[in-house]
Design a protein around this ligand. Structure first.
Ligand code: PEP
Ligand code: MN
Length: 441
């Protein structure tokens, strides 16, 4: 369809992967009609501002930190959980800012990350074949709630709105104040924190220095937070797509940033058609099967104007695999003159299943991929100025490794994810320390 007129509905009629099947089409239509009338969650000015910040990251002047749950659960729309997520992102941000001497853009996988692509349509639970869980936007994790339920479309909107409202209040209320001591209660004992203590002391000293100078100006103190989710459920995303007359463009105002996943990025599919017409900054997941030729076609479809800040390529290869693929992709983007921001998602290529059937990822594999990708960018005249993690502020036990030495036997203790395993707070902070170190090299 490239070249033909785009409308928010021009994806209809093209093959759309990973869409739920509802029994009651009239109930879906009624929910979507109501969604179309509800106020947008974000406004076009904020979206444009984020695009400008991402353009600066692509030019090497900022760093993009994108992180949050694999899938947000409706039940986690609670004050304490939202605060923990914001806190861990801000703590990581301070460490990266300090190590990299660079401003950090905070982009949560939050306030709407409710839909999941899955590898099959059904699974067997306790000897019974049931539809797979596709995220709280569609059905429930509980095997008895696997029927796609259109009432969830509205519930997702309202829970995203409540989450975003709380995030905005926290940020406006000074939660992100860097001097706030509660940011520095690290989850480790002094012994475990070992080699990080020196960095931490330096960060504290720098903050004290700024305080002596009279503190940070208001606009630096309250770190901004932007929201993002995977644009997967196309009727839902279309209902949140609005014409902004003052801008003369269509925006998805359900989030600041949307991305297309590895399983739905078919060149002639509905997802790329939908997202190509939005004015939002967008992301594309790029797995090891992507060829330079395919990337060229994707680039000309998603960003024909070569607009700075428009496109973030989020690679997710798996440890040990980037060397075969990434140099060709870097070269293709450069040859076409696209000012893309390169991001590394070192989570999605490193999944494993334990003998006991739990999905996990090893901290060492995640770190290895991140290091390989950063090194490859450096040696090929490109730069890695963004990372993408699945993480949470809660003390879950989903990924193995890290300072606390979590092993497979310990995973059962606090495994909460209904989908992919996340770094917990301690593992996230350790990762940020290591990113900070990498950036000083
Ligand atoms: C995700 O980000 O949760 C995801 C499913 O990633 P990918 O599309 O890269 O597999
Ligand atoms: Mn995931």
């Amino acid at each position: 369809m490239t070249g033909l007129a785009w409308t928010p509905d021009s994806w209809r009629g093209l093959p759309a992967a990973q869409q739920p099947r509802y029994r009651d089409a009239a109930a879906v239509d009624a929910a979507l009609a109501e969604l179309r009338e509800l106020p947008p969650l974000v406004v076009a000015e904020e979206v444009d501002h984020l695009r400008a910040l991402i353009a600066e990251a692509a030019a090497g002047k900022r760093f993009l930190l994108q992180g949050g749950d694999c899938a947000e659960a409706f039940a986690d729309c609670r004050g304490a959980i939202i605060q923990d997520k914001l806190r861990v992102l801000l703590q990581m941000s301070v460490l990266i800012t300090h190590g990299g001497r660079t401003g950090v853009i905070h982009l949560g996988r939050i306030a709407g990350q409710y839909a999941k692509p899955r590898s099959g349509d059904t699974e067997v639970v306790d000897g019974r074949e049931v539809p797979v869980y596709r995220g709280d936007l569609i059905n429930g994790v509980d095997p008895d709630q696997r029927e796609a339920d259109p009432r969830r479309l509205l519930e997702a909107y309202h829970r995203a709105a409540a989450t975003l409202n709380h995030l905005r209040a926290l940020v406006d209320g000074g939660f992100a104040d860097l001097h706030n001591p509660e940011h520095w209660d690290l989850p480790w004992s002094r012994e475990d924190a070992g080699h990080y203590l020196e960095t931490l002391d330096q960060v504290r000293a720098s903050l004290d220095f700024v305080k002596c100078l009279g503190g940070l100006p208001e606009h630096l103190r309250t770190g901004e937070l932007f929201t993002s989710h995977e644009a997967l459920h196309l009727p839902f995303e279309t209902a949140l797509t609005r014409w902004a007359p003052e801008k003369g463009a269509h925006y998805n105002l359900g989030a600041h940033f949307l991305w297309i996943g590895e399983r739905t990025r078919q060149l002639d599919g509905a997802h790329l058609e939908y997202i190509r017409g939005l004015a939002n900054p967008i992301g594309l997941k790029v797995g090891a099967a992507m060829t330079p030729e395919e990337l060229r076609q994707v680039l000309s479809k998603l960003d024909p104007q070569r607009q700075p800040g428009r496109l973030t390529l989020i690679t997710r290869f798996g440890a040990g695999k980037a060397g075969r693929v990434l140099p060709g992709l870097i070269e293709a983007a450069r040859a076409e003159g696209h000012p893309v921001l390169w991001s590394c998602d070192p989570m999605h290529g490193n999944g494993r299943t334990t003998a006991g059937g739990l999905k996990t990822r090893a901290f060492g594999d995640i770190l290895q991929e991140l290091r390989e990708v950063a090194d490859l960018h450096r040696t090929h005249g490109s730069r890695l100025r963004a990372v993408h993690f699945e993480l949470t502020g809660e003390p879950v036990t989903e990924c193995t490794g890290g300072v606390e030495g979590l092993d497979e036997a310990g995973l059962e203790r606090a495994y909460k994810s209904g989908c992919d395993p996340r770094l917990n707070r301690s593992q996230s902070l350790e990762m940020a320390f290591l990113i900070a170190q990498m950036m000083r090299r």
